[in-house]
Design a protein around this ligand. Structure first.
Ligand SMILES: Nc1ncnc2c1ncn2[C@@H]1O[C@H](COP(=O)(O)OP(=O)(O)O)[C@@H](O)[C@H]1O
Ligand SMILES: [Mg+2]
Length: 256
């Protein structure tokens, strides 16, 4: 992807160039290029092993690329990025013996919300947002899988970050809760928050403003869901069809 005028890394939520990462011999990311504008929902779509979690961990400032460069919200220091963003891991990292409220409060403190009154207010807002305020005192281990995911989302948003990086947030949710999550995500982008969401289901993909198809640690196509479908030349093409089309093409690049 050549850099277009106006695509200054400072103005983007994410600017990644030639990013590579390997676990020993396993190449998870191979020269990945990505540009994510601010204020939209951006989907990272790809099968298991495509490199989504590795990319998300780099975006969250938890891993550093072994090659290439990355800027998140115009910031290249991983330590600073980690404070700026909200991160929801693929597997909820919650303290089972603490209540939902205590977990969210813990993350609020971790993110530096030191004023007690302000923190209590943010924690309440986050728990109300995911509709768990009534269950706030239940020990996390007593909550269902879907509820744990909602607590995990509340933990990621409690400090009101401008960018949220969510690793497969809808996996394991029943259809109703999936709709609720997407209602939440759409209301966040309306407020100008940028959402980066990984998924392996095309159901999620259709909700995103833009998508990157990932395969073998590379972006094989990028565009809006409609652009990606239209690129196949078949008006009836689904996003699954579009993904397979780009896999077969074996080309990387921008369809926009
Ligand atoms: N901690 C790890 N150690 C070794 N290999 C790993 C580790 N984490 C991921 N991998 C490998 O890196 C590749 C990309 O994995 P990952 O980023 O988790 O992809 P995804 O989230 O799309 O499933 C896969 O081949 C996976 O097996
Ligand atoms: Mg993953």
């Amino acid at each position: 992807m050549p850099m277009m005028p106006g695509e200054n890394p400072q103005h983007l939520a994410v600017w990644a160039d030639n990013v590579s990462f390997a676990y020993g011999d396993v190449k998870a990311l191979q020269g990945l290029k990505l540009q994510v504008p601010r204020g939209i929902s951006f989907g990272l779509l790809g099968p298991n092993g495509a490199g989504k979690t590795t990319l998300i961990r780099i975006l969250a400032g938890l891993l550093r690329p072994q090659n290439g460069s990355i800027q998140v919200l115009g910031e290249s220091s991983a330590r600073k990025v980690a404070q700026l963003i909200g991160y929801m891991p693929q597997v909820p990292a919650l303290y089972a013996e603490l209540s939902a409220l205590e977990n969210v409060d813990f993350f609020a403190r971790l993110y530096g919300l030191s004023n007690r009154r302000q923190r209590a207010q943010r924690v309440e807002e986050a728990l109300r947002f995911v509709d768990l305020w009534e269950r706030r005192n239940a020990p996390t281990l007593k909550l269902s899988g879907g509820m744990k995911q909602r607590v995990s989302l509340a933990c990621a948003i409690v400090h009101q970050p401008p960018l949220l990086v969510l690793d497969e947030p809808t996996v394991g949710l029943d259809p109703e809760l999936r709709v609720t999550f997407w209602d939440h995500f759409h209301s966040m982008t309306r407020e100008g928050i940028t959402l980066i969401i990984s998924s392996h289901t095309m159901d999620d993909a259709a909700h995103c403003d833009r998508l990157a198809f990932l395969r073998s640690g590379r972006v094989i196509a990028e565009g809006s869901p409609q652009e990606l479908r239209e690129a196949t030349g078949n008006l009836e093409a689904s996003l699954e069809d579009a993904f397979l089309y780009f896999v077969r093409q074996g080309v990387s690049g921008d369809v926009a």
